[in-house]
Design a protein around this ligand. Structure first.
Ligand SMILES: [Zn+2]
Length: 353
């Protein structure tokens, strides 16, 4: 029978200084033991005295797009890159599970050097990617390693990374509520929910054919002051100065927000918003987190400006003064006459018996 190794077994093994080679070859690892093993391998790969690649965990050797094919392949197949490939798979799965992607839609990229990025492949569902599906590209989008072809929308990710040097990771997907706002060309209103105010800074880019340099240019023109861009008639792209999970969180926050705003706008009551003072407090937190926002330094009266917000759908509650009948009066003489005729008929039939 195969031996099952739990996280405790593994911890004990490592505590006793035993190598992982002492595990039986056919041992089965529990999921948490597998996680621990990954962390251990990861830590080991960081202790090899290798050089640091900006924006990424340590890599075995500093490489650039000009490095030799052999060095690029070694870099691409290193433990450090493997970890990032697993992160891309994980984020892809979360995008798919939340229905933020459809078909082969959506793409993700992580900067792995001054002029290198790791990205997802084209024509693969983001929910079912494997580490070996990932691609290495230079900042012009030329593929340097990986057997699958890189995403056709990589130019937009790379243009963001070039225009915003703090962007270490980018995520693009089509979450339905946020994309609905992008299709309607409606900028989500502000001053309603703290998470959105603190972590998101949203702008809308005009429509261009996906994958074209023009599309990337229009998006990247906005990334100086915004970390989440609604792409008109298409979807959303976000960037993070922390890591790929943080770029993905921008999607969760935006999508939850658009959904909530849509619900609130249908309840037949004007929505309540924060005061400029309350927003100021949130912006202070935002600034301390290093998140961009075009509102820093604005006057209080300009902070909660929702000029562009036009809730398109409201509850069709009849206006009492104009269309609702006062108690005891006829709403519609014709309908009233019809009701009377039916009542008379029923009464006459009842008396026939
Ligand atoms: Zn897309």
């Amino acid at each position: 029978m195969k031996q099952i190794i739990s996280v405790r077994d593994l911890e004990e093994l490592l505590r006793n200084g035993k190598g992982l080679s002492s595990l039986p070859g056919d041992a089965l690892l529990t999921p948490s033991a597998r996680d621990l093993l990954r962390e251990h391998e990861w830590a080991a790969s960081q202790n090899t005295g290798s050089q640091h690649v900006p924006g990424t965990p340590n890599a075995p050797k500093a490489v650039s797009s000009k490095s030799s094919k052999v060095d690029l392949e070694a870099f691409f197949n290193s433990a450090a890159l493997h970890e990032l490939k697993l992160q891309l798979c994980d984020i892809g799965r979360r995008l798919w599970q939340r229905a933020y992607v459809d078909g082969n839609g959506g793409n993700i990229a992580i900067k792995v050097g001054d002029d290198l990025a790791l990205c997802t492949p084209t024509l693969v569902s983001k929910g079912f990617m494997r580490p070996e599906d990932m691609c290495l590209v230079d900042l012009e989008g030329n593929q340097l390693a990986g057997t699958r072809k890189r995403t056709s929308e990589i130019l937009m990710h790379l243009q963001i990374m070039k225009r915003q040097p703090r962007a270490v990771a980018t995520v693009h997907c089509h979450p339905p509520y946020a994309t609905g706002f992008a299709v309607a060309g409606v900028q989500p209103p502000t001053c309603m929910i703290p998470e959105y105010e603190v972590f998101s800074s949203v702008a809308i880019a005009p429509y261009r054919t996906p994958g074209t340099p023009e599309m990337g240019k229009l998006v990247s023109d906005l990334v100086d002051k915004h970390n989440t861009i609604l792409m008109a008639n298409h979807g959303v792209v976000s960037w993070s100065h922390n890591n790929v999970e943080d770029a993905y969180f921008k999607m969760e926050i935006l999508e939850a927000y658009c959904r909530t705003v849509l619900v609130a706008s249908q309840l037949g009551k004007p929505v309540n918003t924060m005061t400029p003072d309350q927003l100021k407090d949130l912006l202070k937190i935002k600034q301390s987190l290093g998140i961009p926002d075009p509102r820093y330094g604005l006057k209080e009266c300009e902070l909660c400006d929702n000029e562009g917000w036009r809730p398109g759908v409201t509850c069709a509650v009849p206006n009492r003064e104009t269309s609702a009948p006062a108690a005891g009066t006829a709403a519609d003489p014709q309908a009233e006459a019809l009701v009377q005729a039916i009542t008379d008929q029923i009464m006459s039939r009842a008396s026939d018996r």
